[in-house]
Design a binder for this molecule. Structure first.
Ligand code: NAP
Length: 310
């Protein structure tokens, strides 16, 4: 099969095209492009079927592992694909690991090291029990996330653009330092004992629930099977589409009830806004995929993220 590879402006991208076996798959084509260009490894490539001039439709993206014949529209000897460079990529695991390692390392620095001297606070610092528990809670949270990244999540995409590492790290690392600065501050005033216990107790229950939600999401995909989407069900997923985000937001609420800083509440509101945006998109996608037509199941009525509001 002869495959012509063009750019989005219609220019020939691989001079003379590529000659592939009739049984070749999309990944064979990506490997062949990589061999010829030496720069664009498979996860950097986005291959689509060219659109008719003036068409407003979204182009069909070639799916990894599918046979090229499925895209050749009856003409088994010739296929034209459009190439787009997605830029340098990193694995999702690397991205998440970098994001979470920052807060895990930065927070204890404010607790253990005499950093406040550099902010003009000399002398002895009294450490309140709530500050110690907050350190354990915080580190447990980010350690759990790193473990989930490596041993629980089954991601649909292998990689993410490298630029996301810088953006996401800036977000997590800055907020980590901001909250750590205030919770460990020498002038920090602790809340009463009961409030601390309620906050951490509630937060921990939510962290365990969040972990269980991630296990349920993991079980929606088999280790070697398709990376597609299923209807999440069981536990809180029976009432809310993104129960993992619900429990994530509530576990930050628990931390904030116990530690009570403006910085912590700001982080919670920003994180909730980001997750709400993602949850709306995920809810829409599941409703579109499971529309009840042509034998497909219908997505049940559910809250998106925060019952009884959304
Ligand atoms: N504090 C914050 O600012 C903040 C922000 C975001 C997330 N988080 C935390 O980090 C966790 C992970 O975040 P995330 O955005 O990666 O979570 P996510 O997309 O909701 O789900 C985690 C994993 O489950 C998969 N999955 C989700 N819905 C699925 C479905 N219907 N069928 C099959 N697989 C499905 C996802 O696949 P895909 O690879 O296809 O997505 C992903 O691998 C969250 O649950 C939350 O605890 C915190």
């Amino acid at each position: 099969m002869k495959v012509s590879v063009t750019t989005r402006s219609g220019r020939e991208f691989i001079k003379g095209g590529l000659e592939l076996d009739d049984s070749a798959t999309v990944d064979d084509l990506q490997e062949a492009i990589y061999k010829r260009t030496k720069k664009y490894y498979p996860s950097r490539q986005r291959l689509t079927i060219p659109l008719q001039p003036g068409s407003k439709e979204k182009p069909t993206v070639l799916q990894y592992k599918k046979s090229l014949k499925e895209y050749s529209d009856g003409n088994n000897n010739q296929l034209t694909v459009v190439f787009k460079d997605l830029g340098p990529q990193v694995s999702y695991r690397t991205l998440f690991f970098c994001e979470y390692l920052g807060p895990l390392v930065i927070y204890p620095i404010f607790y253990y090291l005499p950093v406040y001297r550099y902010f003009g606070y000399g002398g002895e610092r009294t450490i309140h029990p709530v500050q110690t528990y907050a350190l354990y809670y915080w580190c447990f949270h980010y350690f759990k996330r790193i473990m989930e990244t490596f041993f629980v999540h089954r991601f649909s995409h292998a990689t993410s653009p490298l630029s996301n590492v810088f953006r996401n790290c800036a977000y997590y690392w800055t907020f980590g330092a901001y909250i750590a600065y205030y919770v460990n501050h020498p002038l920090y005033t602790p809340v009463n004992d009961l409030q601390m216990k309620i906050g951490f107790g509630f937060g921990l229950v939510c962290q365990v629930a969040n972990f269980y939600c991630h296990i349920l999401l993991r079980n929606l995909r088999s280790p070697s099977g398709s990376r597609g989407y299923q209807i999440p069900s069981g536990f809180l997923f029976n009432i809310v589409t993104c129960a993992n985000y619900t429990t994530e937001i509530y576990q930050w609420l628990g931390f904030n009830i116990a530690t009570q800083t403006v910085a912590g509440y700001i982080f919670m509101v920003v994180a909730a806004a980001i997750m709400t945006n993602w949850a709306l998109a995920k809810h829409r996608r599941l409703k579109r995929l499971f529309d009840g037509k042509e034998g497909r199941p219908k997505y049940p009525r559910r809250w998106v993220i925060l019952p009884p509001f959304l």
